[in-house]
Design a protein around this ligand. Structure first.
Ligand code: APR
Ligand code: PHB
Length: 392
C-alpha cells in the first residue's frame, strides 16, 4: 500500500488528523489495531476546550456535538465544607468549556471516515516504523493475518502511550520525562442525572473526588484511591458512601445515587517524550505525552497536536514551505509542558498526598483559598482550564 501520510492509531488524534488532512486534499490511511466496537466504547475523557470544539467544527465533525454537547460556564471547587464557583467567561473574557464524551467524538469521526474516506483499517496492528530518516518511511503492519507494508511520505504516530511509534526514535535522540503519582482514580459511570449542573472538584481530608457527567441522564464520577487498587474491592455501595462523604458540604445538597454501569481504575502519571519528530515521523497525542486527568487536558492536547500537524502538512503540500513542520515538535512541546504544569498543579492541590503531613494539608488549603479569594488567581486557573492559546 502507498499513501501520503500513514497514520498509526484510530483514537481521537489519528481520526481527527485523518479528517483534517482529507479536507486539505492530502491522502492518508489510518491503521487501528483494535475493532471499531472497542475504540467506540472505550471510556475516557469528556471535557473539551473551545479549541477542540473549533477543530471538530473545522473537520466537519461537530454536528452532534453542537446538538448534544453541554456548554459549561465554569467549575466548582469544594473544600473545607465550602463550595466556590469559578466563572470561566467572566474571568477569561468569554471562553468556556463543553462536556461531550470522547466516545462520542470517536463515533462521529469513525462514521464520517467510513462514509467519506480516507481508508480506516481496523484490526491493523502496526509492527514498526522503518526508514523514518528517509524520504520514504514505511509502516510494517499485520492485517487479516498477513504482514503488509504502507509506504508513505510521512508517518503520524497517533498510537497512544502503549503504541510502537516511539520505538522508531534512536535512543540517542529520545528523551522521556516521567512522574508516577502515588495514587490512582477509580472512575464510574452511573445511570443517574448529575447532582450538579457543572463539574465539582472536591478536596477532602479523605481524598479527592470529581463529579462530572456524560448527559443529563448519565453521571461520571471519580475518586482518589491508592495506586494498584482493584475495582472489585469497591462494591457500588462503598463507592457511593465514599463519594458522598468527600462531597459533603455545610449546605442543602445531596449526591444522587443510581446503578453503576462501568467501573475502572486509572493510574495517575505525567509523561512527555521529546522530541515529537524524528525525520518523517511525527508524534501526536498520548503517543507523545500523558497528563494526570485532573486538568482535563489529555484529549485537548491530542487535538492541539494534530491541528498543528495538519496545518504544517497542508502548508508543505500547498506551498512547499516547511517552516511550521520544522517547528512542529518545539511548538507542540511548549503547549504540552504548560498543560502538564497545570495538570500537575491541580493534581497536587486537590489530592491527599499519602506521605504528606499537616503542613502539606495547610498548603493545599492556602492554595485553594488564594484562588477563591483572588480574581487574578482564579483567572489564572480559568485561563489554563479553558485552554491556553496555541501560538501558531
Ligand atoms: N497499531 C495500530 N494501532 C495502535 C497500535 C498499533 N501498534 N498501538 C495502539 N494503537 C491504537 C489504540 O488501539 C488506540 O485506538 O492507537 C489508538 C491510540 O488512541 P488513544 O490512546 O486514545 O490516544 P490519542 O488518540 O492520542 O487520544 C488521547 O485518549 O487516552 C485518551 O486520555 C487520553 O483523552 C486522551 C486521548
Ligand atoms: C470527564 O468528564 O471524564 C473528566 C472531566 C474533567 C476532568 C477529568 C475527567 O478533569
Amino acid at each position: 500500500m502507498r499513501t501520503t501520510v500513514g497514520i498509526i492509531g484510530g483514537g481521537p488524534a489519528g481520526l481527527l488528523l485523518a479528517r483534517l488532512l482529507h479536507r486539505a486534499g492530502i491522502d492518508c490511511v489510518v491503521l487501528e489495531n483494535r475493532t471499531r466496537e472497542y475504540v467506540e466504547q472505550r471510556q475516557r475523557a469528556g471535557m473539551l476546550e473551545q479549541g477542540t470544539v473549533d477543530a471538530l467544527g473545522e473537520a466537519g465533525a461537530a454536528e452532534r456535538l453542537a446538538a448534544e454537547g453541554m456548554v459549561h460556564q465554569g467549575i466548582e471547587l469544594r473544600f473545607a465544607g465550602e463550595r466556590h464557583h469559578i466563572d470561566f467567561p467572566a474571568l477569561t473574557g468569554g471562553r468556556t468549556v463543553t462536556i461531550y464524551a470522547q466516545t462520542e467524538i470517536v463515533k462521529d469521526l469513525v462514521a464520517l471516515q467510513l462514509a467519506e474516506g480516507p481508508p480506516l483499517l481496523f484490526g491493523a496492528e502496526a509492527l514498526a516504523v522503518e526508514k523514518a530518516e528517509s524520504e520514504t518511511p514505511v509502516v510494517r503492519f499485520l492485517h487479516q493475518g498477513r504482514e503488509q507494508t504502507l509506504s508513505c511520505d510521512w508517518v503520524a504516530g497517533c498510537d497512544g502511550f502503549h503504541g510502537i511509534s516511539r520505538d522508531a526514535f534512536p535512543p540517542a535522540v529520545s528523551r522521556a520525562y516521567r512522574h508516577d503519582y502515588p495514587y490512582s482514580w477509580l472512575g464510574i459511570l452511573a445511570d443517574v442525572p448529575p447532582s450538579c449542573e457543572e463539574l465539582i472538584y472536591a478536596r477532602s481530608e479523605r481524598g479527592f473526588a470529581l463529579h462530572t457527567m456524560r448527559s443529563p441522564r448519565v453521571s461520571r464520577l471519580y475518586l482518589q484511591v491508592p495506586g494498584g487498587t482493584d475495582p472489585a474491592d469497591w462494591p457500588d455501595e462503598r463507592i457511593w458512601d465514599e463519594l458522598a462523604a468527600r462531597f459533603a458540604i455545610d449546605a442543602d445538597w445531596t449526591l444522587r445515587r443510581g446503578p453503576i454501569t462501568a467501573k475502572s481504575v486509572t493510574a495517575m502519571r505525567g509523561y512527555v517524550h521529546e522530541p515529537m519528530r524524528h525525520g518523517r515521523l511525527l508524534l501526536a497525542g498520548d503517543a507523545a505525552h500523558i497528563v494526570p486527568p485532573t486538568g482535563a487536558k489529555g484529549l485537548n492536547l491530542a487535538v492541539s497536536d494534530v491541528r498543528v500537524m495538519a496545518r504544517a502538512l497542508a502548508e508543505l503540500y500547498r506551498t512547499g514551505n516547511t517552516q511550521l513542520l520544522d517547528s512542529y515538535s518545539e511548538l507542540c512541546l511548549q503547549h504540552v509542558w504548560q498543560a502538564t504544569r497545570f495538570s500537575d498543579d491541580m493534581t497536587r492541590m486537590l489530592h491527599v498526598q499519602p506521605d504528606g503531613d499537616a503542613f502539606d494539608d495547610r498548603m493545599q488549603l492556602a492554595r485553594l483559598r488564594r484562588i477563591t479569594a483572588s480574581r487574578h488567581a482564579a483567572a489564572e486557573l480559568a485561563a489554563n482550564y479553558s485552554g491556553l492559546p496555541l501560538h501558531v
